[in-house]
Structure formats: C-alpha cells, structure tokens
Write a protein that binds this ligand. Structure first.
Ligand SMILES: NC(=O)c1ccc[n+]([C@@H]2O[C@H](COP(=O)([O-])OP(=O)(O)OC[C@H]3O[C@@H](n4cnc5c(N)ncnc54)[C@H](OP(=O)(O)O)[C@@H]3O)[C@@H](O)[C@H]2O)c1
Length: 220
C-alpha cells in the first residue's frame, strides 16, 4: 500500500504553470507537503513557486517522484512524451492534462484517441497507476471554488481509473482540496471529462456531475 492510500499528505506536481501552481496552493492550504517541478532545474521555477505557491518546494522532476506516491501531471499535453516511460513506476499518476490544438499543435493520436487521452498516458507510463482527474474545471476554481467538506455550494470533481485503490486515493485528495469527489468509472470514462465531453468546463454539484456521468443510474 502506498502512502497515497494511507492518506499521508504528500503531493508531487510535475508542471509549474497555471494548473500546477494553483493545485499546489490548494494542497498547501489543505496541509500537504508539496514538491513541484518544471521542465528544467529547480532554480528556474524557484521564484515562481515562492510567489505563487508559498510553502511548496521547487525541485527537479526526479525529486518530485521521490517525494510522493501521488503525482499530478500538469504539463502541456504534447509534452508528456518527453518524460521517461518508467519514471512513475508504482506511483498514482493524476493526469490533469487536456489536449488543445491551439497549444499542443495538431496531434492526430491525441485528437482521435477513441477512449480518451488518458489511455495514451497509461500506455506511455505502463507501470504507473493513471487516474484522470483535476482537468475538467478551469484552473482558478482551485482557488475560488474550494470549500470545506459539507459546505453548501461545493463543486464536484470526477476521477476515472482502472486501478480502483488509486481512484479512491485521488478522491480523498479531491475532497481534501475542497471539492466533492465523484467516481467516473474506468480510465476510458475519462473521455467524458475531456474538452469535448459532457461535463467539461462547467462547475457542477456532485449530484449533477453524477447524473451527467451516470445517466442510466440516475434515471433508474
Ligand atoms: N488552464 C486551465 O484552466 C487548465 C485546467 C485543467 C487542466 N489543464 C491542463 O493542464 C495542463 C497544464 O496547463 P497549464 O495551463 O498549467 O500550462 P502552462 O501554464 O503552460 O504550464 C505548463 C508547465 O509545464 C511545464 N512543463 C512542460 N514540459 C515539461 C516537462 N517535460 N517536464 C516538467 N514540466 C514540464 C512547464 O515548464 P517550462 O516552462 O519549464 O517548460 C510549465 O511549468 C495542460 O495539459 C492543460 O490543458 C489546464
């Protein structure tokens, strides 16, 4: 059992851009020990992290992996293939990425992935425990949308993955970050969380999100 499953509050984040630093802030507020990396040395992101996510540690990607058993991957989608295939062996890897042609260029494999781009992320990192999550709301909602557990108006976030223990660990993280967690099912169900999917970009309650992701269950 990894520290992610035991509820230990350590989080690694690869990608120190808008999403990575905003999730880092939310995690610090939730009491997590956060390590975060960019594409280069730690010194390149040290100032950004100090200003945007005070309390998080700017490190290299290898050090992020050593720091935590739960890692958020928040790099521009076309760049995940730069990372070594065995980098995240045994780790819970939260795929927070979305494919955007304007940012990522034309990439036929990503654009036409029939079961969603997280399947390609899992293929790239076969020994990682990939969970699609944290990708379907705008990044600034991690600041302004987070609420304590049970608070009215709490926004929901979904998690999809084939490794059910990993999904449970990610759902616990989502709750601690300040959002209601909804189990979206297997990794290929992550397709529904992507930019052309039915729940993308809108803030829903857990009931609303569940009924959109599980329409048959909600009408039964
Ligand atoms: N913007 C949103 O509202 C939003 C919401 C949910 C999900 N997303 C998704 O989240 C991902 C990140 O978006 P963003 O808006 O945060 O992008 P961003 O602001 O452009 O930041 C990307 C970060 O990733 C780093 N990076 C790039 N290649 C890397 C590598 N090989 N190893 C380590 N770090 C690397 C960059 O570092 P360098 O500067 O050193 O290259 C930069 O710190 C995208 O896939 C996006 O679609 C975005």
């Amino acid at each position: 059992m990894s520290s992610g499953e035991t509820g230990e509050r350590r989080l690694g984040i690869v990608g120190a851009g808008r999403v990575g630093t905003t999730i880092a802030r939310a995690a610090i507020a939730a009491g997590y020990d956060v390590a975060i990396s960019g594409s280069g040395g730690a010194e390149r992101i040290a100032l950004i992290v100090e200003v945007l996510a005070p309390g998080a540690r700017a490190v290299t990607t290898e050090e992020v992996v050593a720091h935590s058993d739960v890692i958020v991957l928040a790099v521009p989608m076309h760049r995940f293939r730069e990372l070594p295939r065995d980098l995240f062996a045994g780790k819970i890897l939260i795929d927070a990425m979305n494919y955007w042609e304007e940012i990522d260029g034309v990439d036929q494999e990503l654009a036409t992935a029939p079961a969603g781009t997280s399947i390609l992320v899992q293929e790239r990192f076969p020994s990682a425990r990939v969970v699609k999550s944290l990708n379907h709301i705008t990044y600034y909602k991690f600041d302004e949308g987070r609420r304590p557990h049970g608070a009215p108006g709490r926004i929901a976030m979904a998690a999809a993955g084939d490794d059910r223990a990993a999904v449970a660990a990610v759902m616990q993280l989502v709750d601690r970050l300040g959002f209601d967690a909804v189990d979206a099912g297997p990794l290929e169900a992550g397709l529904a969380l992507e930019p052309d999917g039915p729940v993308f970009g809108v803030s829903y309650s857990a009931d609303e999100l569940s009924s959109l992701l599980w329409p048959a269950a909600s009408s039964a």
